[in-house]
Design a protein around this ligand. Structure first.
Ligand SMILES: C[S@@+](CC[C@H](N)C(=O)[O-])C[C@H]1O[C@@H](n2cnc3c(N)ncnc32)[C@H](O)[C@@H]1O
Length: 327
């Protein structure tokens, strides 16, 4: 990653030489955990050009389709194999068959000439590969220590002299995740580098004849660990943001359409409320006026009842009342 004055050294990696790093992924599902590593997947395909790529654990296909996209765009001669039961495990949770049909709908038209989705267990799938045949293996199944160790050891004989193995989730230390512990055991077995973003990705050069551009990249990355991590994290965030924009744009468009309509409705309601407030105020004023009239009439009545002439004429009103009562 270092750009010293005077040009690139043997230990530097020049990202500008790999425009594929900046390519937009064609498949980004709502499972974001691998999105941040997609630029590196693109790069690795370009600098490695494996003959055979196998992924253990594909789920919705975010990582797998990124590798396939690079194969298609770069026109490498890579054969790709995704292995998964597509039922889920204790970390992803169980899911239904729509996950695989959705993946197939994206994958088959684009990648079926060189790629195969193998619906089986990892242990059953291994029988379909010759020893020493796999150049690039991505282990992303169940993430317990025992499961990762088992997957690595089961597939180790299948790896070629050129082989590189990727381990996802090297940073996760919650629940019973144990990739980080297994990574600590294997990371010393060959040139290696560990990205720390997007749950972590361990890159291990296992074969004795790993392609030189890959070894150069690992050497440059280790010479500039923090810069390399930051650079790939920033590229990964670009992918994550792209996915968020794609996902949220329809909602924003809907708001843009709905907000003026809602504003007009609110304005109409406000006008109605003002009218009704005015009517309430008018009725209040009228009620006050009537109340005043009632009070004034009551006062008049009181003063009549208390007047001297009223009291003098009381006997007459009493006689008058009695006559009226008789039939
Ligand atoms: C973490 S997900 C894979 C994520 C994927 N690589 C991505 O890009 O998002 C793990 C997958 O491995 C599958 N899996 C786990 N253990 C398996 C096994 N022994 N055999 C087959 N599939 C398995 C699960 O069904 C699940 O779909």
């Amino acid at each position: 990653m270092r750009l010293p004055t005077g040009g690139l050294t043997e230990m530097s990696f020049n990202p500008l030489a790999y425009p594929i790093l900046f390519t937009t992924p064609r498949r980004l599902s709502d499972i974001p955990s691998w999105h941040g590593h997609i630029p590196f997947a693109f790069l690795l395909m370009e600098i490695m050009r494996p003959d055979v790529f196998v992924e253990l654990g594909t789920f919705k296909g975010d990582s797998y389709c990124a590798f396939c996209q690079a194969v298609a765009d770069l026109k490498t001669a890579t054969r790709c194999h995704a292995v998964d039961l597509w039922e889920g495990d204790s970390h992803t949770g169980a899911y239904d068959s729509s996950v695989l049909s959705d993946l197939k709908a994206h994958h088959d038209p684009l990648y079926s000439p060189f790629s195969q989705l193998m619906r089986t267990t990892f242990d059953e799938a291994v029988e379909h590969f010759a020893d020493g045949s796999i150049d690039l293996l991505h282990i992303d199944g169940l993430h317990t220590y025992d499961a990762v160790r088992h997957d690595y050891e089961t597939w180790l004989p299948k790896l070629s002299d050129r082989a590189v193995v990727l381990f996802h989730d090297t940073e996760v230390r919650e629940r019973d995740f144990g990739v980080y512990a297994f990574w600590e055991e294997v990371a010393g077995k060959g040139p290696a580098f560990r990205f720390t973003h997007s749950n972590g990705l361990g890159v291990l050069a296992v074969g004795k004849a790993v392609p030189e551009p890959v070894l150069n990249f690992l050497a440059a990355a280790n010479a500039e660990t923090e810069v390399t991590r930051s650079f790939f994290q920033a590229l990964g965030e670009r992918v994550t943001l792209h996915e968020a924009v794609e996902r949220l744009t329809p909602e924003v468009m809907r708001y843009r359409h709905d907000v003026p309509i809602a504003r007009d409705r609110i304005a109409a309601q406000d006008a109605l409320i003002s009218e009704q407030n005015q009517s309430i105020a008018d009725l209040g004023a009228r009620a006050n006026h009537l109340q005043n009239e009632v009070t004034s009439l009551q006062n008049q009545l009181t003063s009549i009842v208390q007047s001297r002439s009223w009291r003098i004429t009381a006997p007459l009103r009493a006689i008058n009342g009695r006559f009226r009562q008789e039939p």
